[in-house]
Design a protein around this ligand. Sequence first.
Ligand SMILES: NC(=O)c1ccc[n+]([C@@H]2O[C@H](COP(=O)([O-])OP(=O)(O)OC[C@H]3O[C@@H](n4cnc5c(N)ncnc54)[C@H](OP(=O)(O)O)[C@@H]3O)[C@@H](O)[C@H]2O)c1
Length: 272
Amino acid sequence: MTGLNHRRLGRTGLTVAELGLGAMDTPHSPDAVQTVTTALDLGIDFIDTAREYEGSEHLLGEVIRRRGGKDFAVASKTFSHSISGSQYDIDRSLKVLGVDRIDLYQLHDISTPQSWDEVMRDDGALAGLKTAQYRGLIGHIGISSHNLDILELAIASGEFETVMLEYSAFFPATGLLIELAAHREVGVIVMRPLGGSGRTSTMRGNMAAGYAGPLTPANLLRYVLSNPGVSVAIPGARYPSRVVENVAIASSYAPMTNAERRELEDAASALY
Ligand SMILES: NC(=O)c1ccc[n+]([C@@H]2O[C@H](COP(=O)([O-])OP(=O)(O)OC[C@H]3O[C@@H](n4cnc5c(N)ncnc54)[C@H](OP(=O)(O)O)[C@@H]3O)[C@@H](O)[C@H]2O)c1
């Protein structure tokens, strides 16, 4: 077992390793089961999926069956904005995952004022999640968004125990929201901590060509984990080797100084 640090996931009562796994693209790999199994065997205990991610819930269901039960926290999401649609999605997630209860269920990508209004109505998706929580089908309720104003509303509303937001040296703008969330005891799940697959592919190419600058996946992960307001970072991975590398980094990193953070942000903004 590795030395991953654990952090509280806001006021959910859950404590999870600060390095999780984003399983959005994991199914698109012949090594998919091995990737998830490696993550779990190395101490990762929080995995993000969604109804919308093709094959991802099926993959996690397969891993849960092979392990003889669920020994990690699963977070899934609904794209539906309606009460009935969100409840239908939860039922589907439960069946596909093969579990009686999902630890965290999130409203997925609520990034326009219209979608916020729709999910928050009396007959909106949040009401569906609350009913499912009351019935014991889901443990906690969260929201993901790419819109800073909506994230602020969600944190202030008191309705959500977690927010999923983008945060990295490429996208430091959510830093203040992370502080606000920590103040309100809202758990912070960081999506795209490495800047996304396009940028990491460019970085891997640069490194293979002998690049010796600060912009590396290892430093990007350090950047996110150095923020104490972050609950869990969920880098995506299709291959076990990425998971092994990320666990090694998260098990041994030194928190970044402010000067290192600024240097990485500068290098990130120069990439694209
Ligand atoms: N709610 C939303 O709207 C939303 C939107 C986007 C993402 N998300 C969540 O956030 C998670 C992560 O986002 P993401 O996958 O878009 O971006 P990311 O985590 O920033 O980057 C993933 C990319 O980094 C590569 N990678 C991982 N570890 C690496 C390492 N140590 N060295 C080199 N490359 C490495 C992966 O490679 P390989 O795949 O080749 O292994 C993949 O191409 C998703 O899985 C999903 O759960 C949520």
